[in-house]
Ligand binder design. Structure first.
Ligand code: HEC
Ligand code: HEC
Length: 397
């Protein structure tokens, strides 16, 4: 059905399909046509639920695991994304009919769903019994994208390319400069502290493209107002029916609008909110040092064949930001932010390229965004600095 095409703009083929098809259904099926889940009512209720602060256990019908039931509904869905990616599934491998109009999120009919619930408890127990409760073991630790984990090394892998997977927590590097020095060099490269302090707002305009060019050309905009308001907006001028996707933060509260997602428009809470604040602070590079209370520098690394410094900030609630700075140009090539979930961290990655000078300040004209249920690249064609930005660009659409 139309669901894939509808949402492909920001999709990672596996995950996005499902979430969106669900919402596609919410739009297409009259309320009550589904005996189990009356999707329109559910979507409306979801919006209300997040506002009222219901937990996933209270809001959903059959959420009982000890660690997932206390999450907010949106954090719960983030955890579903982590589990799905870890075992190389899509939602329909555990939820019958996900992606069709005969879906049922509630039933435990598929044995893999029951196994997964057991695994959620197992992961909590392993970490508690062996690592004093620190999250050392997640679904990914064993599964690595396979539904049935392997137990022996493949000998051609043993003698093949070395495994270059990285641990989330950066181990302190040897012979690297202190974090403050690397961050200062970045500030300098972006235009210098003095110049950056004059940057009060900007509007970046361009277009974005979804996974593998699917989803067509979308209009893409970033609005930012110092010190910490930011809005990222995507819409399809040729297909207004696809609605507006937005990620906004106004200095206090934040919202995500994904017109065809399970929750539609929702207000960010918990770690989602802390992450949105972080993105907004970082929109103004002169503020980077204030973004985290603690910083460390990892071992030097390479990214796209460039030597990079890896600098990691950590903040309250398990928030992590990992930054890759080009050793030569000192510009930021990558920013990965991670927020905790009981089954593994939820990661969002942004890559930056094609830095150009606008009024003495550097801006990346190419962005890539990757997260657990989608990815897209945006090409900026115009940036205006220190122009008035409507407050509406930072709030709920
Ligand atoms: C590996 C199996 C697995 C996959 C894949 C999976 N889920 Fe789940 N899902 C579960 C389990 C287990 C629960 C119940 C959790 C609990 O009891 O705490 C659940 C519960 C849910 C619920 C609550 C339904 C209700 O009302 O009780 C929703 C909604 C949901 N999942 C959405 C998704 C979405 C969206 C995806 C794809 C991104 C997905 N799930 C992928 C295992 C899975
Ligand atoms: C300590 C290692 C380990 C961890 C951690 C782990 N699993 Fe598993 N999981 C396994 C093993 C081993 C099997 C296969 C068991 C078998 O073959 O009987 C399995 C099987 C499964 C299956 C059934 C696959 C099938 O086709 O029958 C699902 C679904 C699953 N795990 C989900 C998860 C999820 C979700 C998490 C995180 C909450 C997780 N697992 C964490 C080891 C692990």
């Amino acid at each position: 059905m139309a669901c894939i095409v509808l949402i492909s703009h920001d999709m990672n083929f596996r995950l996005r399909r499902l979430v969106i098809c669900l919402t596609g259904i919410a739009l297409l099926v009259p309320a009550g046509a589904q005996s189990q889940s009356a999707p329109q009512a559910e979507v409306a209720a979801a919006k209300a639920a997040t506002a009222k602060g219901l937990t996933a256990g209270e809001f959903f019908k059959n959420v009982t695991s000890s660690t997932l039931k206390g999450l907010t509904p949106s954090d719960f869905l983030g955890a579903m994304g982590v589990m799905t990616a870890a075992v190389g599934y899509d939602c329909s491998n555990c939820h019958p009919g996900a992606g069709t109009d005969k879906f049922d999120w509630v039933t435990d009919r598929i044995p893999q769903k029951k196994t997964a619930r057991r695994m959620v408890e197992m992961v909590a127990a392993i970490n508690k019994q062996n690592f004093s409760g620190a999250q050392q073991v997640t679904c990914w630790t064993c599964h690595h994208g396979l539904d049935l984990p392997t137990t022996s090394v493949a000998l051609d892998k043993l003698y093949g390319e070395p495994n270059d997977e990285k641990r989330d927590i950066v181990a302190t590097g040897q012979g690297v400069p202190p974090a403050a020095q690397i961050l200062d060099q970045y500030i300098q490269a972006m235009g210098g502290a003095q110049k950056l302090s004059t940057l009060k707002s900007f509007i970046a305009t361009g277009h974005s493209e979804g996974y593998a060019g699917l989803g067509g050309n979308a209009a893409f905009q970033i609005f930012a107002q110092a010190p910490d308001s930011r809005g990222m907006w995507i819409n399809f001028p040729d297909h207004p029916d696809r609605g507006i996707g937005s990620w906004t933060y106004d200095g206090k509260a934040g919202w995500i609008s994904q017109p065809r997602s399970l929750l539609g428009v929702w207000e960010l809470t918990g770690s989602d909110l802390a992450g949105a604040k972080l993105d907004s602070v970082l929109a103004f590079p002169g503020q980077i040092k204030t973004a985290f209370p603690n910083w460390r520098v990892g071992q030097e690394d390479t990214l796209h064949d460039r030597a990079v410094y890896v600098v990691q900030g950590s903040g309250p609630g398990g928030l992590l930001g990992t930054f890759y700075f080009d050793k030569q140009s000192h510009l930021m090539l990558r920013y990965v932010r991670q927020t905790p979930s009981p089954v593994g961290r939820i990661s969002i990655q942004q890559d930056f390229d094609d830095y150009r000078d606008v009024n003495g300040i550097k801006f990346p004209f190419k962005y890539s965004f990757l997260w657990l249920d989608g990815r897209f690249t945006a090409t900026i064609s115009d940036i205006k600095v220190n122009v008035p930005v409507q407050a509406a660009k930072f709030t709920k659409p």
